[in-house]
Ligand binder design. Structure first.
Ligand code: NAP
Length: 247
């Protein structure tokens, strides 16, 4: 049974793996036996250390999606079978005042870089005739509107769409493409929300599980979606939200 969830023999690339959800995903994949490349615009030394201390295998790679095509040369001949697109940014401003610069920055990292990273990974796997898995990190704002985050909401709706079209095109090649929609998780991304007592209380009151999510809650789900246990799961956007969307 445990073999169903093993990632032994897999090589994974996780973007934005220096902190938060990406770090927890890298740790979870390594715990299941994957060799993990922890990619970030800064070195992911802390994550590599967490993995190697537990007997896992990991390295760090600099990838800055200020250039959305940054990953274009990362996959050829490198042997990756798993890709987790986690890197993402959020910029908050009223929609009436939202700037073009903020719009472009968010769309470039969350949407354009995500698609072209999937493309580079998919091209390589298909050329090699190998199966594999992609996990994209979406959001509750892949379904809902949010407030003061128009570019983020647009980009995360796009993540759900990109996940579905790639699932359709690449299922015949044995490549699953799924997304995780995390609920409210305590990371840098939600610092501003948690610092606002009114918003923080309103959010917590609506979460059936009665707590904010932890990055580790997402790590386990990503490991599952990468595993043989999920080989017939593709095109799904899986909520990991303590029940938020059920409410
Ligand atoms: P986080 O701690 O801010 O992590 C974001 C990650 O993306 C960091 O590693 C960050 O690197 C990286 N990143 C940002 N810009 C980048 C760039 N230009 N190139 C490469 N990497 C870049 O927040 P998080 O919550 O863990 O976010 C991870 C993902 O989960 C994001 O896609 C986010 O939208 C999504 N998400 C989070 C929540 C939540 O409640 N926290 C909910 C739904 C979805 P730096 O550390 O260098 O900035």
């Amino acid at each position: 049974m445990s073999d169903l969830f093993s990632l032994e023999g897999h090589k994974a690339l996780v973007t934005g793996a220096n902190t938060g959800i990406g770090q927890a995903i890298a740790v979870a994949l390594a715990a299941q036996g994957a060799t993990v490349t922890c990619a970030g615009r800064r070195a992911c030394d802390e994550t590599v250390d967490m993995i190697t201390r537990n007997g896992g295998s990991a390295t760090t790679l600099l990838l800055d999606f200020a250039d959305p095509m940054a990953a274009r040369d990362s996959f050829a001949g490198a042997g990756y079978t798993l890709l987790v697109n986690n890197a993402g940014i959020i910029r908050r401003e009223d929609s009436t005042d939202y700037s073009e610069a903020d719009w472009d920055a968010v769309i470039d990292v969350n949407q354009k870089a995500l698609f072209f990273t999937c493309q580079a990974f998919g091209r390589e796997l298909i050329a090699q005739g190998k199966s594999g898995a992609i996990v994209n990190i979406a959001s509750l704002l892949s379904f809902q509107g949010g407030i003061r985050v128009p570019a983020y909401t647009a980009s995360k709706h796009a993540v759900a769409g990109i996940t579905k079209i790639l699932a359709n095109e690449w299922a015949p090649h044995g490549i699953t493409v799924n997304a995780i929609a995390p609920g409210y998780i305590a990371t840098n991304n939600t610092d501003a929300l948690r610092a606002d007592p009114e918003r923080a209380k309103a959010i917590l009151d609506r979460i059936p599980a009665g707590r904010w999510g932890a990055a580790e809650d997402i790590g386990g789900t990503a490991a599952y979606l990468c595993s043989r246990a999920a080989k017939y799961v593709t095109g799904a956007v899986l909520n990991v939200d303590g029940g938020w969307m059920a409410r």
